[in-house]
Structures are given as C-alpha cells and as structure tokens.
Design a protein around this ligand. Structure first.
Ligand code: H79
Length: 434
C-alpha cells in the first residue's frame, strides 16, 4: 500500500514553491514548419513527410547558455526544456531510437548542453517528457484522439504492441533520469481518455523515477492533463500522484484546494503568444505588463507561473519574447521580494490590484492608482511597523487626511500628489507588520 509522506513531500517542494517563476522552452523539429508543436497532428502529416525536418534540422545558433541567461535576467528561477514532445523526436541521445538530435546534421545532445548551461547560471533545471509518441509504431494510431493518423484506417492498430511502447517509454525516462545528473523537475505530459494512470504503468514508472531521482519535483499528468487536479486533491493519493497541479493556459479563479480545503501546490503554464512551439505568424504576444500582473496573480493565489518561449529553428528565442523577458526582468529586479517565497495574503483582493505575502511582509501590488490615499485593506494600524515602496525602499507615510475619516478601521497609505504611480505596470508597497 502506498503511503503519502507529507514531511518528505514538503521538504522536496520547498525550492519549488519559493521559486514561483520559471521558463518553459518548447523546441524541436516543429520549429522548421513553424506552425506550432502540434503541426503534425493538426495537419495530419504522415511520418514520411515530417522526416524532411529531421533531415534538415541544424540549429547553428543553439546556445543554451543564452537561454539560461535570458531566464535568469527575467527573474526566473527554473527552466524546463522539452526533451521529447508528442512528435517523438528526442533532444537527447537515447539508445532506444534513431529519431534523436544526435542523428541530425548537428549531431548534438541538446539536453546535455542545456542542463549544463542552466546549472552554470545557478538555476534549477527540469525536463518535459511526453507520454505520447506519434513516431513509435506501437503507439495507437487510427482512432486515437490526437495521433496524426487518427483518421486514416490504413493505420489500424491490430499489430501494435502497446506494452512494447511502454517499455520503450520507460526506458527513455530511465535515460533522462540517469544520464544527466540531478534533475530538479520532471514535467510529464499528459493523460487523456483511458490513457491514464496504470495504462502508462504509472506506479512502476514513478517508482523508478523516485529511485533514480529521489528529490525531483513531478507534475500530475500521469493521472490527468491541464484538466483535472489529480489524486493529491482527493485526499487519497495514488502511488503515482504528482507533486503539483498543472493548469494550462489558465489561472485558477481561486487558487486550488484539496477536498478538505487545504491549499495545493500548482503551476500555471502559459504561452507568450498562442503557441508553445515556434510559430512564424503568431504575433499575438501578451504585453509584458500583462504577464507581470499575471505572475503576481498566480503568486497571490498560491501558485507558480511557468512562462513559455519557443525558439526558432536556428535556436534563437524570438525577438518579441526576448523583449518581454527584458521588461519582466526590469520589474523583477526591483520587486522580486514580492514574488519569491511569497504566497496568499489571506486578505481579499483589493480592487486596485493584488496582495502577496511572505511572513510579516505584505506586498500591496498597485495595478492602478486610487483617488486619494490607498486603503491597505485587511490590516490594522497598530500592526503596521513601516510602509515602503519596494522598488526604491522609500518611506511611505500613513495618511492622516480627512477624506477617509469615515473609515477609521482601515490604514491608508499616502502616496503624495502625483496621480501617476512610479511603476505604471505594478507599483509594490511593502508593508512590514510588527
Ligand atoms: O506542450 C504543450 C502542449 O503542446 C501540450 N501541453 C503543453 C504544455 C498539450 N498537449 N495537448 N494539449 C496540450 C491539449 C490539447 C489541445 C488541443 Fe489543440 C486543442 C489539441 C487540439 C485542439 C492546441 C490547439 C493544439 C492544437 C490545437
């Protein structure tokens, strides 16, 4: 019988819940067609046609050190790379397939170089590994929900040996857990229909991973996908329960709790535009200011944000993404204490912004100014030791204006006569409690 060990769990999760902000990197052959990482499936491209990208792949600008530096500059604390996406192409030197980066023109083990580069920047490092595989002959084709050949009866599954596929998949997980030193995070993608849990031989897989990488943080997608919380939420965890809930392309309205109302650890993974893999014509990038506010939203609800970039086929992160990362980094440089180690404040969201908290420090994030002094809701005047602009550490007095005399129980901060806040994206007031 599996027994969940909360002490061990909380210890393993400590760096992760403190980090709050990470970079996701989706990169593979699909950078060449440049229509997103799902291109083989959405366009139902046969394997033979997709192989042209394998023949061509030669990312001369691949420099994971530049990626790691960009992440660090943006204030991210961990970086997760797609070791293998659904197309089955491996960015690492797997001995169980020929469909791998070491067999392309460049002949490099991208995962090995990536891990070394991220470590060199002092960041935590993770790998994304999908449970699906559109390349392996023993993975269900015809009639599968998403396989590129799902609609083609010529690709029936009569002679496919799924158990053979599982052995292959487990072997590759063993490789990434063995050949690259310590992994901080393993990001499995994803369960669907009846492809979940023991269909993946999940108990066996999890046992192996935990044996090889005792401290690795793992998502919940051996059980669920972006939908569903996983068994940590039910109060009755399976042996292959993940460590965190992984909402995709959305931020949970009220954070995430288990059935008993206890906070769960979660991470929202989010794209900057509308694709994970490089997409040449998707220029719908979210403004940097919006992404900063969304990061604050995640932290104020007790979650992490994993923000994606999709480098192109040369290996470069797109300019739009680099510019966004730079703006986020400028904000983070001044305001990181309101993110790292922070979580829910236990105070209702004020209408001008959000609140994050780290012990006796409350961070009031002003997304817009108020008319007159700013009400610091949820705290009493006697509790307040000091109020500072986090960005400059400049003192902010408590307001004594007559205008809020009808609200004697609320502390108001006096930001002076200028209606324009010092940081137009998010001005953070650091309130230290006694
Ligand atoms: O790796 C990223 C996605 O490719 C992967 N998870 C993240 C981290 C993912 N796999 N499946 N899904 C997400 C959910 C499926 C979404 C779909 Fe669609 C909607 C599949 C078809 C319609 C998105 C839009 C992908 C193709 C079109």
């Amino acid at each position: 019988m599996y027994k969940f060990d909360r002490g061990n769990y909380e210890k393993r999760m400590e760096w992760y819940t403190n980090a709050r902000f990470g970079m996701f990197i989706h990169w593979g052959l699909y950078a060449i067609p440049a229509r997103g990482e799902w291109v083989r499936s959405t366009e139902e491209i046969p394997k033979e046609d997709y192989m042209q990208y394998f023949e061509e792949f030669d990312p001369a600008d691949y420099n994971p050190s530049a990626w790691a530096k960009a992440a660090k500059e943006a204030g991210m604390q961990y970086v997760v790379l797609t070791a293998k996406h659904h197309d089955g192409f491996c960015l690492f030197n797997s001995q169980y397939t020929d469909f791998k980066s070491t067999n392309t023109r460049c002949g490099r083990d991208f995962v090995a170089e990536f891990i070394e580069a991220v470590r060199a920047e002092g960041l935590k490092v993770g790998l994304y590994f999908t449970l699906l595989d559109w390349y392996h002959p023993d993975y269900p084709h015809y009639g599968d929900k998403i396989h590129p050949m799902r609609n083609n009866p010529e690709y029936g599954n009569e002679n496919r040996n799924f158990d053979n596929y599982l052995t292959y998949m487990h072997n590759q997980v063993r490789e990434i857990c063995t050949n690259y030193g310590k992994l901080d995070l393993l990001w499995f993608d994803f369960s669907y229909d009846d492809m979940r849990g023991e269909t993946w031989r999940a108990t066996e897989l999890m046992d192996m991973v935990r044996t090889l990488q005792p401290d690795v943080v793992i998502d919940n997608r051996l059980e669920v996908s972006g939908e569903g919380y996983g068994s940590l939420a039910t109060g009755n965890p399976t042996p292959y329960h993940g460590d965190f809930v992984s909402p995709e392309q959305m931020i949970p309205p009220d954070g995430i709790c288990d059935v008993n109302g206890n906070d769960l650890i979660w991470e929202a993974c989010v794209t900057m535009n509308n694709n994970w893999g490089y997409h040449a014509t998707d220029h719908f990038f979210k403004p940097a200011g919006m992404l900063i506010k969304k990061l604050v939203e995640c932290v104020s609800k007790g979650g992490n944000m994993l923000l994606n970039v999709g480098p192109d086929a040369r290996g470069n992160i797109p300019d739009e993404s680099m510019n966004i990362l730079r703006v986020i980094g400028e904000w983070m440089k001044k305001n990181r204490e309101s993110i790292y180690g922070c979580g829910k404040a236990g105070i209702e969201k004020p209408d001008y912004g959000r609140i994050t908290r780290n012990g006796k420090k409350l961070y009031f994030h002003l997304f817009e100014n108020t008319i007159g002094p700013v009400p610091l809701t949820g705290i009493k005047k006697e509790e307040v030791k000091k109020i500072r602009y986090l960005g400059s550490k400049a003192e902010i007095p408590i307001s004594t204006s007559w205008v809020h005399s009808d609200y004697p129980d609320i502390v108001f901060a006096d930001l002076g006569p200028d209606p324009i806040l010092p940081d137009e994206i998010d001005t953070v007031l650091e309130v230290t409690l006694k």
